[in-house]
Design a protein around this ligand. Structure first.
Ligand code: ADP
Ligand code: MG
Length: 343
């Protein structure tokens, strides 16, 4: 009984720039557990970025190649509780032997062992035994080993013996691929435009992205309404927590177009009229300053423009601020208006 969840596999782990190194290291280890120099193998990164999925995929891959291999997946919290139980019941030796017998030990979320001196000691002991016997150790953590304060130095230094790879927040292409894959798996047909909108809006972690997709799918199948951009926006408003809590691009566009007395839609249109171009550039400039959107995402919200257009807009605005005092005044006025909402 390995405790592995069979649905976490390499086949459904989508590869992108954000996880390529981690994924390929994981795949190499899965082919030759204990034999590569990636021992221990350690993945770190924030919540919902795929650490658990990836380490379980390694376990499942090892088992499907050779099901005589003994693999244990255990969360550090559970490991700690088992250890405490063993102490209480006077069968510490059984606990230790159980872990010493494995070919692959996967310990998830080692940051949980912080300040748990006795548990760290026992893990240190098991780690040394496994490593010396050429067994594979795989771990995850929510931060880089050097930032694992509260873990004994001798343990942390061993973590660095093998390979450490980080999982980063998913980039746009990876988010698109993840949404498309999940939709396909559920046989739901959602317009490309909606998928793009989700990928641009939900850019923190994959777990949240999945949650959004699940809600949309549920909504679509329960109401039998056709999923279009408007409906998707409405649903997202209620589930994505920070979607409206900060100054968003939409709010900036409204404020800036009001101020310059142009239509908000013109900011997204092709028009090259001078006053519209200026309003558009100013709105891009503030979007860059006041939101966390990437250049690419900002361009998208201005009628699908290129990220280089956004860079150019920011430069133009900065130039005008330097050379034109009337313009500088307008920018200050707008800053005041926009800051009202940030406070
Ligand atoms: P973590 O352990 O880093 O908090 P998880 O491994 O639990 O994150 O991942 C959160 C969710 O996102 C899981 O349902 C997982 O299947 C999914 N997920 C993460 N990364 C990917 C990926 N690259 N491709 C497909 N699904 C992913
Ligand atoms: Mg996890």
């Amino acid at each position: 009984n390995s405790n592995l969840n069979p649905s976490y596999r390499f086949e459904n782990f989508i590869e992108g720039d954000c996880n390529r190194l981690a994924r390929s290291a994981g795949y190499a280890v899965a082919q030759k557990p204990g034999i590569t120099s990636f021992n221990p193998l350690m993945f770190y990164g924030g919540v919902g970025l795929g650490k658990t999925h990836l380490v379980q995929a390694i376990g499942n891959e090892v088992i499907s190649a050779d099901n005589s291999k003994k693999i244990i997946y255990v969360a550090s919290e559970k490991f700690t509780n088992q250890f405490i139980e063993a102490l209480k019941n006077n069968n510490l030796q059984d606990f230790i032997n159980y872990y010493k017998e494995v070919d692959v030990l996967i310990l998830d979320d080692v940051q949980f062992l912080k300040e748990k001196e006795k548990t760290q000691e026992i893990f240190f002991h098991i780690f040394n035994h496994l490593h010396q016997s050429g067994k594979q150790i795989i771990m995850t953590s929510d931060c880089a080993p050097k930032d694992l304060k509260g873990l004994q130095e001798r343990l942390v230094s061993r973590f660095k013996w093998g390979l450490t790879a980080d999982l980063q927040a998913p980039d746009f292409e990876t988010r698109m691929a993840i949404i498309q894959t999940k939709m396909q798996a559920d046989g739901i047909d959602i317009p490309e435009q909606v998928i793009e909108y989700i990928a641009y809006t939900v850019d923190t972690n994959i777990r949240e992205l999945e949650g959004v997709v699940i809600s949309l799918i549920a909504h679509a199948s329960l109401t039998k309404k056709e999923m279009d951009l408007e409906l998707a926006k409405q649903i997202l408003k209620n589930i994505v927590t920070d979607i409206d809590s900060e100054v968003g691009i939409d709010y900036i566009q409204k404020t800036v177009s009001d101020y310059f007395n142009v239509a908000q839609d013109d900011l997204k249109a092709k028009t090259r009229k001078k006053e519209i171009v200026i309003a558009r550039q100013v709105a891009m400039y503030f979007s860059k300053d006041y939101t966390n959107h990437s250049l690419k995402s900002i361009g998208y919200h201005f009628g699908g423009r290129d990220h280089s257009t956004v860079i150019h807009a920011v430069q133009s605005v900065n130039d005008m601020i330097d050379t034109n005092s009337k313009f500088r005044f307008s920018i200050d006025e707008l800053k005041k208006k926009l800051k009202i909402r940030t406070a």
